[in-house]
Write a protein that binds this ligand. Structure first.
Ligand SMILES: [Zn+2]
Length: 257
């Protein structure tokens, strides 16, 4: 059983014309499939078109908090059409980003809440982007009825207390290459202790190349193997066992066949 990169942006301009090669290199590194995430409706359309070309790509569609301020009323019917497609395994990434605040906070809140309302109609899992917005993200998810529902906090970089709260709500964490960085000592402690059956790995490529290839840009799905190996060592586990378990978690979370 091979790895699954649980979060990548294959539609990024860094990969234009190279997605087939990127996926071939992923396969060579033991990565079977890649979940590719849309960040607005135009990008989600590109993700869906790409999936039609290559079954190794699994589509997730959504509106990133950075894009929340640009959402138009006419985007919602498109969202609703995309979200019900059978091959769309989850909705997101969605959430709040108070680090960059690229969209104003009322827009971020409104677009996040609207996506949750629509997501709850489908029962599909959701992928959360939360940066420096832990308290508000938790209260919005809780108020929308998502406690103990399939929710993953992608690219988790928060504190031990935040990780504990996520676990207590029955939600998952997905780790990127950030966990491999030398200064990420708290995150390494979290990864070492986080329940293995609630944990996934991702690249978030083209961003965040892991150690020891942090200097290589763009990051790509093949590199998720470095992050998996690093966390397996933190947990004192055999790499193969870690890969098999996290791949099974990812399959189960996204209900992959
Ligand atoms: Zn992302």
């Amino acid at each position: 059983m091979g790895l699954i990169d649980s979060h990548a942006h294959l539609t990024s301009k860094e990969f234009t014309g190279q997605v087939g090669d990127v996926l071939d290199r992923a396969n060579e590194a033991g990565v079977e499939r890649v979940i590719s995430i849309g960040v607005d409706m135009a990008d989600s359309a590109r993700v869906l078109a790409m999936t039609d070309d290559d079954p190794r790509i699994i589509p997730v569609i959504g509106i990133h908090p950075h894009e929340a301020g640009k959402v138009r009323d006419e985007d919602w019917p498109i969202y609703m059409e995309y979200m019900t497609r059978e091959n769309v395994v989850a909705l997101g990434e969605m959430g709040l980003d108070y680090h960059y605040d690229f969209s104003d906070r009322p827009s971020q809140h409104g677009v996040f809440e609207k996506q949750l309302e629509l997501a709850s109609q489908t029962g599909k899992p959701i992928v959360i982007h939360s940066r420096e917005a832990h308290g508000d993200t938790l209260s919005i998810l809780t108020n929308a009825g998502f406690v103990n529902k399939p929710v993953v906090f992608h690219c988790f970089t928060g504190t031990k207390a935040e990780a504990a709260a996520i676990a207590d709500h029955g939600w998952r964490i997905s780790f990127t290459g950030v966990v491999t960085f030398k200064k990420s000592t708290e995150l390494q402690d979290i990864a070492a202790a986080y329940p293995l059956d609630q944990l996934m790995v991702e690249t978030d490529s083209p961003y965040l190349s892991p150690m020891p290839i942090r200097h290589i840009r763009p990051n790509e799905p093949a590199h998720v193997a470095h992050t998996a190996r690093f966390i397996a060592e933190l947990k004192g586990m055999a790499y193969e066992e870690f890969v098999a378990t996290t791949a099974e978690n990812t399959r189960q979370f996204f209900r992959l066949t």
